[in-house]
Ligand binder design. Sequence first.
Ligand code: SF4
Length: 952
Amino acid sequence: MDIETTGLDLNNSAIIEVAALLVDGNTIKQKFSSFVRYDEALPETIKRITGITEKMLAGGDPLDKVIANLQNFIGSRPVVAHNGFSFDFPILERDGLKLNGKEKYDSMEFAFFVLPTSVAGHSTEALAQYFSMEEVAHRALNDCKTTFEILRRLRSEYGKKPKNNREALNHMAGYVGWWWAQFLTGDSVQIDRISDLIPAHQAYRKTNVDQGMLGLGSKKIDLDEIKRYFFVPEPQDGSIPSDYREKRPEQEKMALYVGAAFNEQRHAVIEAGTGIGKSKAYLVPSLLFALSNGIPVIISTHTKVLQDQLFNKEIPHLKETVNADLVATLLKGKKNYVCLDKFDKFGDDLTQILDRSLYEFGKAGVQYTSRLAYLLLASWVLETERGDWDEIPYWFKSKIPKSVEQRICNVDELCGPDICHLYDKKQCFLAKARLRAKDSDLVIVNNALTLSGIVVKEEAADTVESVTLEDDVPAAGQAQKFDHTVFPGEAKYIVFDEAHHLEEDATSAWEAVISQAGFELLMEQLFENGRLKSIVNGIVGAKKSANVKFQADSFFNQKKDLDLAVYSLFKKILPELVAINGPRGYSTHSMIDEIPPSQTKEDFFSMLRDLRHRLAGVADSLKIFDPLASHEKDQKIISVYCRNVGRVIDSFDIFLSGDQGYARYLERSGDTVEIKAEPISVAQILDERVYGNFKSVILTSATIAVENKFNFFARRCGTVLENKTKFKYYLLHSSFNYIEQVNFFVPKGINYKENKDGHLEKCAAFLEKAIIASQGGALILCSSYDQVENLSKRLEAPLSKNNIWLISQIKNSSVTTLIRDFKNDMNSVLIGTQSLWQGIDVPGQSLRSLYIYKIPYPARFRPIIMKRCEVIDKKGGDSFAEYYEPLAALALKQGFGRLIRKRTDKGIAVLLDENLLNKPRLLRSFPDGVDPQREDEETICAALSELKVDKV
Ligand code: SF4
């Protein structure tokens, strides 16, 4: 069955058409189709997508009659709808269809099972495209037929899976009692473990290269060769988009700068204004350099979104245009990978679960139970190459219990060669990713992993995660103080994209955090996890010594006292030192130096010292067992645990030392309080660990310079500390013609500073008129979820009346889905915060106006911001001019950059705060040609009405 509605909102959308097919095997026996009478104006988007008009609906039956007819048509049979669990079923049940007692099934679930790694997704459109089916108008009956045909093709597609995988899946599907199992073909064979069917890593082409002979980047690339790749003729099949092929002088310049920096083994800071196409500009020279030297070049990003985009979009273009054989690896932190060992155990545990239900229907929609989640995930595990949890589509993840992810994704420390048999067999996804990185030309990674993985050399050698083991290449020339726990040893050339986040990322990577959750994990690893226990018990059994037995007992007996101390610290003492959260659940902070002296504060420090002392005792007693263990593997495991305890002790030491280089504070979120110390300046650490450790570091972003100068970035990120010849700075202006492409307005009378309380109402009133004038196509950027919610409440009804769909970002919503919906509906409005200031790329008319709610100054209450300002002021500086305002300037430039994404784009930007005009530093930070005009509402709305998109 399928329905057409007036929108996608489950509560407010009305059904306008219903259809169903009665099928038997491969035959359609009967059809049902009916319009539902609807007397209001239809949204333009719906008319455009479906071709349904008000006139058609005027002749439809009343809703209750259609539902009754459909009920008769279904009778007592099971029903199937595509995406039915999330859309069709709840809407039909809302309007009176009785499905509760009947079997209802979602063909999207079956599609995931058959094609779990489909990049395009599992919607009807994506599947129809996958099977090269003819496109038909979106009408309910058409969609029923399409779904039926998709199901037939999915069944035959299933037959193409490897025989062993199919047989194992058939058995599991039958075992858990899955309704769709009846459509699966082939034998059914029980297997012991999923991991038995997972292929081992196959080395890529570099296997036979003698790594010791590699020049580690000594072979220069021909810069003239780079130029060849910046005009690519149109291929026959149109597979390379025109914006990737067109000649852009600034892009070519940037590529040459990157190539020269690699050749000369020096660093570069490059601001590449919007439209230059900086990804290609650094990827091409990186790839050429990697190929000519036989070493991987690292590309590091702030967001996983950009990481995925580079891997899924840019790399295929590079293959088309530069080298078809290039090898690229997407490398993520451990917790992103499904752990095969855990997945095997998950399967074992299912035999203990007696409850055979597969679905739980609740207010929030359907949830798969663990049994079903295991089956569907097993299909994915058997097919995925990377085992990356982010590959799994959001719609699917939202249906499985959160506990499943925690259960099978890797947060365990015990991974690595000689410790886990699946790592040694090269079947584990984490191992495969890291081995593949060694064989790669380009390794795409995020800053969190890049920065936190840089450790002093001795520590890396002791790190079980490391793949830089036996065949590691010693760095040529200089003695290296640092190494990387994850990157291949020869990876000494790195590009940081989104470099405007470098200070923030480095702060997070090198902060010290003491949390109850961290302690609980450590306690579990030390005292409850069977591995350490069995090693220690094994030693006791083998040594048969009273002293060893005594040592083992004393070790395990420490748990009780530690538990008590941890409970008392986190549940009794800390909550007294930091205020409860604000009314909207904002986290609250207490700077430790500002908490007045009290008995509780004294108790806090004395408890910290006591816990630190106890942890040192734990580490000492663990070390006793190290030489007693007879297997190297056991010694390695003990040393991993010792290191983990050592890391927690380090965090205590940073906090207890009172080091003024850190912002030391307590942070409360709900009932949880954490103890934190963040480095106030990361300049020195970046200089030592990054600029001094890599041969060439490229730092790039569209927003690095403030007022066209690099001073702010150089100071904050420490590039100024390097020898002047080591860093070069390049400013490449945007390739857009902003004078022609943008009108920038500041509405008269809207001033945040002068009227903070009334700002919301004024903005809402203005936005309503402005958005209706342009008929949507607007992005509204706010600075907090509060602003998003308050504005949304005021705008939703009036916009909806005008057929404009307001898409609001709520916490934890999928940005990808929000952007996709916004792109697809020319008349929609997207309102959001933080992640939308930079993570959104919508060229064309879907985004034709941009509204910024206020000047995006950073939140003053954040301890690290306060401390940084304080330090600058104490040294006689002006924190507002030197730190606070430059941050706002960069954020503003980022947000503004969302509007124009192509040379053919035209749009209007509006900043809802006329105070901007009094801020020369901010004004000078916009690209050339951007000149905000203070205008009245009518003039702005008249300009916006010119942007209306022609209705279809
Ligand atoms: S090495 Fe780690 S992630 Fe890989 S299978 Fe073993 S425990 Fe799991």
